[in-house]
Design a protein around this ligand. Structure first.
Ligand SMILES: [Zn+2]
Length: 261
């Protein structure tokens, strides 16, 4: 599943391809998209220019010149393909965004869970997101304060996008390993020193992720995961076998020695 680094990589590609361009056509190719991309929405979008493209958490925001917003989420398996409008469509196409310059952005997704929705200027959605983890304004003290009033184990709290934006199952596990904090520790129990270590761990894990982000869907990483999806493999720090447990229905990978409670 794409997390913050993969979405950031996608947004940079998308920005290069569409920023400043006029939309010539918007077409849904799957029933899941036709519900949101109605004839009224298409009529509102065609002829508009895309002024900026930004990422918030795992959302992609395309701002149009009339103040409206196209909001994209890859969910489990979405991705962009950029090509020319006169070439054959790639497999698993869900939405095509034709540009007036003859190019095209194609939203592809084998599982058809990705979303693309339109929001008028006066109806921008509240995404309910906490701060971006890489925002320098997010200090260790501010991060600790965000954890302090949350119930539950820190791993599960990190997945709450209103606490911190863009951290998913992979980078939560990797961050806690970097910080040497048990995924079962209560989020509210972290003292200032451990909260600072966790914030640094999140940033280290995401920095590794940015190195790998271009490999999303290609199945190989330039920097391997330390614990994620490595049950039974040696912890890179202490060689203890990596353990897997379930928390809130999701797998958590960690080293029971480095990340003792
Ligand atoms: Zn270890």
């Amino acid at each position: 599943m794409p997390e913050l680094p993969e979405v950031e990589f996608a947004v940079r590609r998308l920005r290069r391809a569409v920023r400043g361009r006029e939309i010539a056509q918007l077409r849904a190719h799957h029933p899941s998209q036709r519900r949101s991309l109605t004839a009224r929405v298409v009529a509102a979008v065609v002829g508009r220019r895309i002024t900026t493209v930004e990422r918030r958490g795992k959302h992609q925001l395309l701002h149009l010149d009339d103040g409206a917003l196209l909001l994209v989420h890859f969910r489990m398996d979405g991705d962009w393909v950029f090509d020319r409008r006169d070439t054959a469509l790639p497999p698993h196409v869900r939405v095509t965004l034709d540009l007036a310059d003859g190019r095209r952005a194609v939203l592809v997704d084998p599982r058809a869970l990705c979303t693309l929705t339109w929001h008028a200027v006066d109806a921008h959605p509240d995404l309910g997101l906490g701060p971006e983890p890489e925002d320098p304004a997010l200090t260790p003290a501010a991060f600790r304060a965000r954890l302090a009033n949350r119930r539950g184990p820190v791993k599960t709290v990190l997945l709450d996008q209103s606490v911190i934006a863009g951290v998913g199952n992979i980078y939560a596990a990797e961050s806690l390993w970097h910080a040497r904090i048990s995924p079962r520790a209560a989020a509210a129990s972290l003292n200032a020193e451990r909260a600072a270590r966790l914030l640094a761990g999140i940033r280290t894990a995401l920095a590794d992720g940015h190195v790998n982000a271009g490999r999303y869907h290609k199945g190989e990483r330039l920097i391997p995961f330390n614990v994620y999806d490595r049950e039974g493999g040696p912890c890179p720090r202490c060689r203890q076998p990596v353990r897997r447990i379930a928390q809130a229905g999701r797998s958590t990978y960690f080293c029971a020695r480095c990340q003792a409670r």
